[in-house]
Design a protein around this ligand. Structure first.
Ligand SMILES: [Zn+2]
Ligand SMILES: [Zn+2]
Length: 104
């Protein structure tokens, strides 16, 4: 029992000592930001390949090494596994949801 009673004191002092206080403002701001469906920005969308331009290995071959390093690579289709709709048909829906709605 004696040990447990120390915990609230420690938490309180961490709160007081932290430079930004309890960060309650920051927390509520983060909650206000809509995070439900992350939609790619129109500028960052490869309509040709149906993925965000920033991760399109077919447009940016430089990215290939990075995906391979992460072990996220489908040798069969020459695509990151996380973008390979052939191997992961569920991804089609995911990228469809990310697609900028106002785009053509
Ligand atoms: Zn592309
Ligand atoms: Zn594949």
């Amino acid at each position: 029992m004696k040990g447990l009673s120390i915990i609230p004191v420690v938490l309180l002092s961490v709160c007081v000592l932290a430079p930004s206080g309890c960060d309650k403002k920051k927390e509520s701001a983060a909650k206000a930001t809509p995070t439900a469906t992350p939609t790619a920005s129109e500028a960052d969308w490869c309509a040709e390949h149906g993925v965000p331009e920033s991760i399109c290995t077919r447009c940016n071959p430089k990215l290939i090494a990075e995906f391979k390093q992460k072990g996220d690579w489908c040798k069969e289709h020459n695509l990151p596994e996380s973008q390979c709709i052939e191997c992961n048909p569920d991804l089609k829906e995911k990228f469809e949801a990310m697609k900028p709605k106002s785009g053509k």
